[in-house]
Design a protein around this ligand. Structure first.
Ligand SMILES: Cc1ncc(COP(=O)(O)O)c(C=O)c1O
Length: 415
């Protein structure tokens, strides 16, 4: 095959494709494996029922079904849902938004890819990078940059907490490279379950503004939906210097491939032009479901009253089970403040996390090795070879069995 640099880059080896592939084939080969590796949301009957009813409501109405299936949306997506979301965010958060501040997307992953390449890479200003001020970060970002060296990153500070817990915070001596085209954080953070504080976000926003570059906040797990924040001291954040990414996936709709970008109108206009060239239009199902779920604010209520407490309780159960099972194993767990992952740090791990991943798979447990989440760091860091991500969007039985398998394998490896 004779491919362009673009073709070679996107069809070559990449962490996210290898991982999605391996998780899929491992499950096909061993259907009994305990799946704590993926990023799928949990199955919650009440939530599934609501989505099914909403889908039936649309499908049962000839006019709505025709609008769902039989037309393209304009470049920014359905006006009614953009107007409604802007109005509700203005009322709930005091953000001065109009429909022109919002574009619909085919999910956070595709939105991130477009935005990253709109900002980072070659330009009149030289080669510029999207800078991650705190890694580990979402593995799915790693290969999204078309040009080599599109991303850069800074190490965090590690704070040790009680009960073997730890927490990443922004390095107080953080310097933003002069070549930075934007800063980017996921909040809550995949993979660590960290939630940057309001003060940290304000600091990043001010530092970005000083450089005249935007701050990208990927709130795929965050506020206002699905609202998977477990402490009271983190609030939704937006300013006219922020590009905020929202997604319907972690609410329970990853199959719908739908999300929102919220930014100043000038950026939304540019983004929606790029999105139209690459995608022609966004899918209609996400916006159609969102419109019905936003009317009477069911989406926000579902997030606050069902999803948030459900995942918070799971986080507590998962942490308790892991801490009990791993007693005596050299392991710190990142304090689970949001999203639905436990992030384990195994100081002195004598094998690579990929070998550990394989050992765990053989023993019946699927996890995610952590190395890939430190993708944009350009200097060696031992910590980046000692971490592991486990999803707790699973049954209590799976958590229980998974913690036993993990403890057995780690005890053998550290013996
Ligand atoms: C932080 C983060 N951003 C974006 C995505 C992609 O989400 P979407 O399904 O909206 O493309 C994920 C998926 O796991 C994620 O963890």
């Amino acid at each position: 095959m004779k491919l362009s640099y673009y073709g070679q880059h996107y069809s070559g080896p990449s962490a996210i494709v290898t991982l999605m592939d391996d998780l899929g084939s491992a499950l096909r080969a061993h259907p009994g494996l305990l799946m704590m590796g993926g990023g799928s949301p949990a199955r919650i009957p009440e939530v599934e029922q609501l989505f099914q009813q909403t889908l039936q409501q649309i499908a049962g109405d000839a006019e709505q079904a025709q609008l769902l299936l039989g037309r393209y949306q304009g470049p920014k997506g359905d006006l009614a849902v953009r107007e409604l979301l802007a109005q509700q965010l203005a009322e709930e958060q005091g953000w001065p938004l109009t429909a022109d501040h919002i574009a619909l997307t085919n999910g956070g992953q595709s939105a991130f890819g477009i935005i990253a390449n709109m900002l980072a890479g070659s330009s009149d200003m030289g080669h510029r990078t999207l800078h991650f001020p705190l890694v580990p970060e979402y593995l799915g970002y790693a290969d999204a940059g078309i040009e080599p060296g599109s991303f850069s990153a800074s190490q965090p500070t590690i704070k040790f907490l009680d009960d073997g817990l730890f927490k990443y915070t922004l390095d107080p001596a953080l310097t933003i490279p002069v070549s930075a085209a934007a800063l980017c954080v996921s909040r809550p953070t995949n993979p660590s379950g960290n939630v940057l504080s309001d003060a940290e976000l304000q600091w990043l926003d001010a530092a970005a503004r000083q450089r005249d570059i935007p701050l990208i906040i990927d709130a795929a797990y965050g506020l206002p939906f699905p609202a998977l924040h477990y402490s009271d001291d983190s609030n939704p954040y937006w300013s006219d210097n922020v590009i905020l990414l929202l997604s319907l996936s972690k609410v329970g709709l990853p199959g719908v491939r739908s999300g929102f970008v919220i930014a100043k109108p000038e950026f939304i206009e540019a983004f929606s032009r790029a999105n139209t060239i690459l995608n022609l239009a966004v899918g209609n199902l996400g916006p159609a479901l969102a419109l019905l779920l936003l009317q009477d604010r069911r989406l926000q209520r579902l997030s606050r009253e069902v999803l948030q407490p459900w995942y918070k309780a799971k986080a507590e159960t998962a942490l308790r089970l892991m801490q009990t099972a791993l007693l005596g194993v050299p392991c710190h767990i990142h304090v689970p403040q949001g999203a639905f992952f436990l992030w384990l740090w195994l100081p002195g791990l004598p094998i690579s996390t990929t070998q550990l991943y394989e050992e765990l798979k053989l023993a019946g447990l699927l996890v995610i090795p952590g190395d890939g989440s430190f993708f944009a760091l350009h200097s060696p860091w031992q910590h980046s070879h000692e971490c592991l991500r486990l999803s707790y969007a699973v049954s209590d039985q799976c958590l229980q069995q998974g913690s036993v398998i993990l403890a057995q394998v780690l005890r053998r490896i550290f013996a």
